[in-house]
Structure formats: structure tokens, C-alpha cells
Design a protein around this ligand. Structure first.
Ligand code: ADP
Ligand code: CDP
Length: 237
């Protein structure tokens, strides 16, 4: 597989074409952003850590029968993925109240959510990723009802697999965001799963071990990502 021209530079990753029209290279950079790109910083090792973390998680999801775009690691910071037609809708599941939910509804951080919640957001930085619903997604053509149903089923299936995986490492999967796309008409999990796009707390102390360390200026961001990875068996060597 030959890497070709850069197609897109996002806030944390760059996307490259390959000589195969069905595949892309995702390059995980050290860049870290928060608050819709308002705060940007480069954190040493982040690209490598997230690339390997994501590869490990995508492998686990694939094993559990969840279709993903991941096709393999190419280097420390690059992965080969299927080229998806991305659906501009972010799916968020929450097991414990934190972040935006706490702000929006005034509920207490740390409250267990039974059953877990499911929310949709439009992927649009300029509009600050507004919350949407199935009706808006259908009317504006962001996703069909069938696609939304499938995305919801897969997002909850991911919850079952990953809640267990993280629990075995003494971690609580608080919430997470997934992005899906279409590959030959099928809904496939795209983008990444790393501590950049989820919340993970130590189960005993409730210490934050995810991107909230960056958002809240707590320090030790990448060290926390590595700690989480080590606890679930990610190979960073
Ligand atoms: P952002 O666009 O939010 O700044 P990133 O820096 O992570 O995010 O950029 C990666 C971009 O690549 C995202 O826009 C994401 O939707 C897109 N993407 C992820 N996986 C795929 C894929 N398999 N095919 C096409 N695009 C993808
Ligand atoms: O994190 P924030 O307060 O902005 O929003 P949230 O709605 O509480 O986010 C829920 C989960 O989705 C968190 O784990 C976020 O890290 C993740 N998320 C993301 O990765 N990207 C977004 N654009 C929005 C949320």
C-alpha cells in the first residue's frame, strides 16, 4: 500500500490517500485540542499512544463482531483504514454523568446512569457540535432512520464489550463518542477510540485518566493514557 497526498488535516489526525481508492492512511499527530479547537497543544508521544491504543480497541471490537474500518498498523503513528463515507453524526453513550450532561442538566457528576443514555450530535466545529435527534438527522439527510438504528445498536454493543474490558483493568468507562461511516453500503465504525474521545476513571479512586486531564489542566495527560493502556493490555513497546 503506497501513501499518497494528504486529503485532510483534522485537529488531531491527518488523512492521506493511498494507491487503493478503498483505503486511507490515518496519521495520529501529537496535537491535542479542546473546546472545539480553541485550545491546542502538542503532547509528546500522544500520536503513538493513541495509534496503538486505537489499534488494540478496534481489534477487540472486531473480535466481538463489530465492523470497523481498521485494517492494521503501518507505523508508530499511522494506521491503514477503509475509506468510509463519513456520517456527520456523533453517537455518545454515557454510563456515568460527567462533562456536557452535567452542565446541561445540572445533574451530579458521578451519578450512575441506568439505563445508559444515548445522544446524537452533529459533527460541525463551527456550530460547536450541536445536539440533534433522529428526526433532524432524517430531515436534513445526515443519516437515514435505518442507519441511525444500526448506529445505535452498534454503539451499545461497543458499550458491552468495552465496559467489561476496562472493568478488568480496574477502570470505569464513563462515556464515549463514536463516529460511523459507510463502506460499500454497510455501516462501519470509523475514526478512533482512545482516551481522547471517552472518559475513563479509576474504579477505586475515581481519578480521571482521559482527556479531561487536558481540558481541566490536571497534567500527566499522556502518562494517564499509557496507564490505562497498560491496564488493559495495550503494547506500547
Ligand atoms: P476532526 O475532523 O474532528 O478535527 P481528526 O483530527 O480526528 O478530527 O481528523 C480525522 C478525520 O478523519 C475526522 O474528520 C474523521 O471523521 C475522519 N475519518 C476517520 N476515519 C475515517 C475513515 N475511515 N474514512 C474517512 N474519513 C475518516
Ligand atoms: O466532553 P464535552 O463536555 O465537550 O462533551 P460531552 O458531551 O460530555 O462528551 C461525551 C463524550 O464524548 C466524552 O467522552 C467526550 O470526550 C466525547 N466527545 C468527543 O470525543 N468529541 C466530541 N466532539 C464530543 C464528545
Amino acid at each position: 500500500m503506497e501513501k499518497r497526498q494528504e486529503l485532510y488535516a483534522g485537529k488531531a489526525k491527518s488523512v492521506f490517500a493511498t494507491d487503493d481508492p478503498d483505503h486511507l492512511v490515518l496519521h495520529f499527530r501529537d496535537d491535542t485540542s479542546a473546546f472545539d479547537g480553541e485550545r491546542m497543544e502538542s503532547l509528546a508521544r500522544k500520536g503513538t499512544v493513541n495509534n496503538r491504543f486505537n489499534a488494540f480497541i478496534m481489534g477487540k471490537l472486531q473480535e466481538a463482531g463489530i465492523p470497523t474500518h481498521f485494517d492494521g498498523l503501518l507505523s508508530d503513528t499511522e494506521s491503514l483504514v477503509k475509506k468510509l463515507e463519513m456520517i456527520p453524526v456523533e453517537c455518545v453513550v454515557r454510563n456515568i454523568a460527567a462533562g456536557g450532561l452535567v452542565k446541561r442538566l445540572g445533574v451530579e457528576e458521578g451519578r450512575e446512569l441506568t439505563p445508559p443514555t444515548f445522544e446524537l450530535f452533529l459533527k460541525n466545529d463551527a456550530l460547536h457540535d450541536p445536539m440533534i435527534n433522529e428526526s433532524l438527522a432524517e430531515t436534513f439527510g445526515w443519516a437515514t432512520p435505518d442507519q441511525l438504528r444500526e448506529m445505535k445498536v452498534l454503539t451499545f454493543k461497543v458499550n458491552e464489550v468495552l465496559k467489561t474490558l476496562f472493568a478488568e483493568g480496574g477502570l470505569l468507562l464513563v462515556d464515549y463518542k463514536l463516529e460511523f461511516g459507510l463502506f460499500k453500503g454497510e455501516i462501519v465504525l470509523g475514526d478512533e477510540f482512545s482516551p481522547d474521545g471517552c472518559r475513563l476513571w479509576d474504579a477505586a479512586t475515581r481519578e480521571k485518566l482521559d482527556k479531561d486531564r487536558f481540558r481541566q489542566g490536571l497534567g500527566g495527560v499522556i502518562e494517564a493514557y499509557e496507564e490505562v493502556g497498560r491496564r488493559i493490555g495495550v503494547d506500547f513497546s
